[in-house]
Design a binder for this molecule. Structure first.
Ligand code: FE
Ligand code: FE
Ligand code: ZN
Length: 278
């Protein structure tokens, strides 16, 4: 069974959200690890967590993905920003692991002037203090579009972070189709070539999840604007080729297209129909 899901709001609680996932024809989901633009989080009741675990178990969910706040910047050279980012990632790794969530993805960060090398050093150091013994959760570096001073739009940068980490075996990669395309990796004209490059630099086995999005902005634009599937510069067929690729097909895929739950449900249904023939 294909593992398909979408980004979901958990405003109505974890259990209700998992029920909605089932109703959408999905079998995984992505949630924010806390308020994406602030720092607030709510600790769910024990009963709520138990109901959530039961639903995901009964419906055979694939790996679940938590997304750290967008405001988190582990690459920052500003002490207060950096210390805050260290605290947030450390707390969220622990809280999401406790919930039994398998994967936590984050945006590596923007160096905002201190340079790529210093930024990468900060990110690796921030991850080192975030990971504790006896956790099962994997932390994923997201491939970025490369806007501003963003780090992570080249596979080499992601590999440099892993190489400086004390526990690279707990750090994987989440491929965002919109972001890599905007960053200049031509998944439309040469998907095999892009995956060969990813394999050479990072190793395909580091891929743990895919964010499935079309891109409003063209190849190499370094601009991050998601579009609905088939509504952007990538298009339906190249996105289906990503899903069908033998190196990717068993990964969990998460929609982050600009749609509500009903829209995501329709996209998932379309994907299941189009994938049924191979
Ligand atoms: Fe993201
Ligand atoms: Fe993404
Ligand atoms: Zn994005």
């Amino acid at each position: 069974m294909r593992i398909l899901g979408a980004h979901m709001s958990i405003a109505k609680g974890l259990a209700k959200t998992a029920e909605n996932v089932v109703a959408m024809g999905a079998n995984t989901m992505q949630i924010f690890s806390r308020n994406p633009r602030g720092s607030h989080f709510k600790v769910p009741e024990k009963q709520e967590v138990e109901a959530f675990q039961r639903i995901r178990r009964e419906h055979g969910f694939g790996p679940l993905l938590a997304h750290a706040p967008y405001t988190l910047n582990l690459a920052s050279g500003e002490e207060r920003v950096y210390e805050f980012a260290c605290t947030v990632i450390r707390e969220d790794v622990a809280r999401m692991d406790q919930l039994g969530i398998e994967l936590l993805v984050f945006h590596p960060g923007s160096h905002t002037g201190i340079g790529e090398e210093a930024g990468i050093r900060n990110i690796a150091r921030g991850l080192n203090q975030a990971l504790a013994e006896n956790q099962r959760i994997q932390v994923l570096l997201e491939t970025m579009s490369g806007k501003g001073t963003e780090i992570g739009f080249r596979f080499e940068q992601l590999q440099a972070i892993r190489e400086q980490a004390e526990h690279p075996e707990r750090i994987g990669v989440c491929l965002d189709t919109c972001h890599v395309f905007a960053a200049g990796y031509d998944i439309v004209g040469n998907l095999d070539g892009v995956l060969e490059e990813l394999d050479r630099v990072l190793g395909l086995e580091q891929l743990r999840a895919v964010h499935l999005n079309d891109s409003l902005m063209p190849l190499g634009s370094r601009k991050d604007r998601h579009a609905v599937l088939g509504g952007g510069q990538i298009g339906w067929e190249p996105l289906l080729a990503v899903l069908r690729h033998p190196a990717l097909r068993d990964l969990p895929f998460f929609l982050e297209t600009p749609l509500d739950d009903a829209g995501h449900g329709a996209e998932i249904q379309m994907l299941r129909e189009r994938l049924a023939d191979g």
